[in-house]
Design a protein around this ligand. Structure first.
Ligand code: C2E
Ligand code: CA
Ligand code: CA
Length: 766
């Protein structure tokens, strides 16, 4: 040992420690301060040892040993602080720390005053193996106390480390064992010198051990990252992942599959070689793909089936620091649940929940896209609407109504040709867009017919009206296109058969006209633009017995308007009640005048089907009659045949009340709608107004004539007076008279004329 250049080695170690000390200044590790204290404190006993080793006088020896003992106190204390922080114990500023400090200070005082007291040690000069002089220490009581303190400190340090080693996860043991072992070796080395060697040799080579120990502590606590721990952690993460992971080596052989991957593909760590062909077959990649990273969305199984799955497949190559490939990993994330949920949400946002057809918004989006993508194609926007669907819901219940709508959806899907987009707009309206070249009205009617006779459980032929707008202005909004098709429907609204109607700009103009008429109605009534015209009703002797009051609008801009131009408009929006009340009032005024002049004629007024919803007919008429002081006998009330058919009980009640008040009730337009002879015996009308229209048009005139004859005879038997309207020729009049008809009305006798003309023509002669 004596050959070792001991002092030089210590100086070299001290120099290295100093360099490390400087390097650690910038270290941000929270342990850095503790480590610096350890490094600084170890220098003191090292210097002490160097002085002892080179002491030439007793004073130098004294100084060396004093420094050495004080230095070990400081070093052990620094080690204790470091260990406490390293092991995360609360030590600083605790009672324990202060107690230890007090003991250390006491020991330092005892050591520091040794040159006077000799309490700790005394020195003896000895001659070394060569010619050197050494000072050997002989410990006194103070030395024992010093040693007790030193081992107490060491025991605390080891205790802390051992406790940690037994109480942390195995993954962390490495961290404590390293420090424990290094320090243990150093302490053992030192103890050997303390108790064995130092009694005959002053050179304590164990300081080399402490120096190295401090350097290792410096490295392990500030720079070493626990590879085993990281490895374990990474593996834990990978094996706990819900993603399936496969590791490949640089030969593209599978070397690891995490538990999830093993479960999913029924492989084990022993059958990893099966992985590659499996991945090949499932995700359709080739070996070349593994030369670069990729991400792929994979969909397996048919849509909405139980086996349907969605995966995100990723391959990522791994490189070392010099960019050499060390392999790669393949990850497979099953996001079936999220994707299905997303798909479902998307479906709901785009589809109608009842029929599963597209909804209006998504349809509009698709139409806009289709039009923009095909600027040279002409398309048709078609909207179908079920007539009186509210009635279907009302009569059969909404469940049946929903069933019908679903059935329509299914029929549409079945008939839809390629290139058509269709949807349920709302309620009972369905829209469809198709290239004009593919459009065929016969096909549409066939399809409408199919729908109307396949409406689920109900054997009720639906009437479906379809409006078609040829998209001549593809730049207008889809919603306006739909409106135009709906406008076309309005033109066939009153048809009782499924019909297809086409939009043209007149329709729009008409709609605008209608809106204008509606807006100016109140003013027109006040200003007397809406006037009664009278059409005479004559008896079988040709004598005038009364007249029908028919409305005319003398419009300030558009001139003479016949009822066909405005009555249907107001029937549609319910304003007809205003017109009617005005006409009834006019009739009462004329009757009052006639009554005053002693003219004994009656007037027939028209009641629109809509009046039943908007006016209390009985109350209004009785009030008017009494206000004008005229006889109810002179005011006859025309109610159309169709009105009589709906809501029969209410109608009967009303007719009874009107009869009781003295009015006569006429059934208007008999023969124009669903005439039912049965109805005649149930409804107590006084006059049957037979519509001649069917006689004019029909080919089988003879048959029609015999029906007409039967109707007239039947009404006679039922004591109902028959009146034929629309009589245009002398022949017709003669024929009807021969058949037994009691009254006549028609152009043959007179067109409807203004009351002044009526008076001039018929009443002045009387
Ligand atoms: P309506 O009640 O059936 O009235 C008879 C219609 O037949 C009248 O047409 C009349 O001018 C027409 N007419 C009379 N004789 C002949 C004929 O020989 N040949 C032909 N081809 N037609 C004839 P108008 O005045 O144009 O009225 C049409 C319809 O308008 C009326 O049919 C009625 O339903 C409705 N209407 C007219 N005025 C009113 C009214 O004040 N209130 C209500 N609610 N409806 C009215
Ligand atoms: Ca009438
Ligand atoms: Ca009529």
């Amino acid at each position: 040992m004596s050959e070792l250049p001991y002092i030089e080695i210590l100086i070299l170690l001290m120099a290295i420690i100093l360099i490390c000390l400087l390097l650690s200044i910038k270290n941000r590790n929270p342990l850095a301060a503790d480590v610096r204290w350890v490094m600084v404190s170890v220098l003191v006993p090292m210097i002490g040892n160097i002085i002892i080793a080179s002491a030439t006088s007793e004073e130098m020896g004294q100084m060396g040993y004093t420094l050495f003992f004080i230095g070990t106190n400081l070093f052990f204390y620094a080690m204790m602080r470091f260990t406490a922080d390293y092991c995360n114990y609360d030590f600083n500023r605790t009672k324990h720390q202060y107690a230890v400090l007090a003991l250390i200070i006491a020991d330092i005082i005892s050591v520091g005053t040794n040159f006077i007291t000799g309490f700790v040690f005394t020195l003896h000069r000895v001659l070394g193996p060569g010619h050197n002089v050494f000072f050997i220490m002989h410990g006194g009581t103070g030395y024992v106390l010093h040693m007790v303190l030193s081992y107490l400190l060491l025991a605390i340090v080891f205790g802390m480390l051992i406790y940690k080693i037994f109480h942390v996860s195995r993954l962390y043991i490495e961290k404590y064992v390293v420090i424990f072992v290094i320090f243990l070796i150093s302490v053992a080395w030192e103890s050997y010198y303390m108790f064995v060697v130092l009694y005959y040799r002053p050179i304590d080579t164990s300081m080399i051990g402490y120096g190295i120990c401090v350097l290792l502590i410096y490295y392990f606590s500030l720079f070493y990252s626990p590879v085993m721990l990281l490895g374990h952690m990474s593996q834990r993460v990978v094996s706990d992942l819900e993603t399936s992971i496969f590791f490949f080596n640089s030969d593209r052989k599978c070397i690891y599959a995490n538990p999830n991957a093993q479960r999913m593909f029924h492989i084990t760590s022993l059958t990893l070689d099966k992985t590659v062909p499996l991945l090949h077959s499932l995700f359709d990649y080739c070996d070349e793909d593994l030369y670069s990273d990729f991400t792929r969305e994979v969909h397996i199984g048919s849509r909405n089936s139980a086996s349907e799955r969605y995966y995100r497949v990723q391959y990522h190559r791994l490189h070392d620091k010099k960019s050499r490939c060390i392999g790669g990993f393949f990850s497979l994330t099953d996001h079936t649940a999220e994707t299905k949920k997303q798909n479902e949400e998307l479906f709901h946002s785009r589809h109608d929940s009842l029929t599963h057809l597209y909804n209006r918004d998504y349809f509009s989006e698709l139409v806009r896209q289709e039009l923009d993508d095909n600027p040279d194609t002409i398309y048709l926007m078609t909207v179908s609407d079920i007539r009186d669907f509210k009635l279907v819901n009302d009569i059969f219940g909404t469940d049946v109504g929903d069933g019908i709508l679903r059935q329509i959806g299914a029929t549409m899907a079945q008939y839809a040709r390629k290139g058509t987009i269709f949807c349920r707009l709302e309620n009972d309206q369905f829209a469809l867009i198709t290239p004009k070249a593919d459009y065929d009205e016969a096909f549409v009617l066939e399809y409408l017919n199919d729908i109307s006779h396949n409406s689920g459980d109900v054997s009720y032929p639906l009437v479906i009206h379809t409006g078609v707008y040829e998209i001549s202005e593809p730049d207008i909004s889809v919603s306006v296109m739909i409106d135009r098709a709906v406008m076309a429907i309005a033109s066939v609204k009153n048809e009782w058969q499924s019909k297809v109607a086409y939009y043209d700009n007149n329709l729009r103009d008409n709609l605008i006209q209608e809106q204008r008429l509606t807006a100016s109605l109140d003013e027109a009534i006040i200003e007397g633009q809406i006037r009664p015209y009278l059409q005479p009703q004559v008896n079988s002797e040709g004598k005038i017995v009364g007249a029908e009051v028919l409305a005319r609008w003398i419009h300030p801009e558009r001139g003479f308007l016949s009822p066909g131009e405005f009555i249907p408009v107001f029937e549609k929006n319910g304003m007809i009640a205003k017109v009617d009340k005005h006409m009834w009032q006019c009739a009462c005024a004329i009757l009052r005048k006639w009554q005053d002049e002693g003219i004994d004629l009656f007037l027939s007024i028209n009641i629109s089907p809509k009046d039943f919803y908007f006016v209390d007919i009985y109350q209004t008429l009785t009030d008017m009659v009494s206000a004008y002081g005229i006889s109810t006998k002179k005011l006859r009330i025309e109610i159309t045949e169709t009105v009589m058919m709906n809501n029969v009980d209410n109608r009967l009640e009303l007719i009874d009340k009107l009869h009781a008040a003295g009015f006569l009730v006429e059934m208007d337009d008999f023969g124009s709608g669903y005439s039912s002879l049965n109805l005649l015996k149930d409804i107590p009308v006084d006059v049957l107004k037979i519509d001649m229209a069917f006689l004019n048009e029909t080919k089988e005139k003879e048959k029609a004539k015999s029906i007409l004859k039967s109707v007239i005879e039947l009404s006679e038997q039922l004591k109902i007076e028959s009146l034929c309207e629309g009589v245009e020729t002398r022949e017709q009049a003669a024929m009807l008279k021969a058949m037994g008809c009691k009254m006549f009305q028609g152009y043959y006798f007179s067109k409807p004329i203004p009351p002044e003309d009526f008076r001039a023509r018929y009443l002045s002669k009387n």
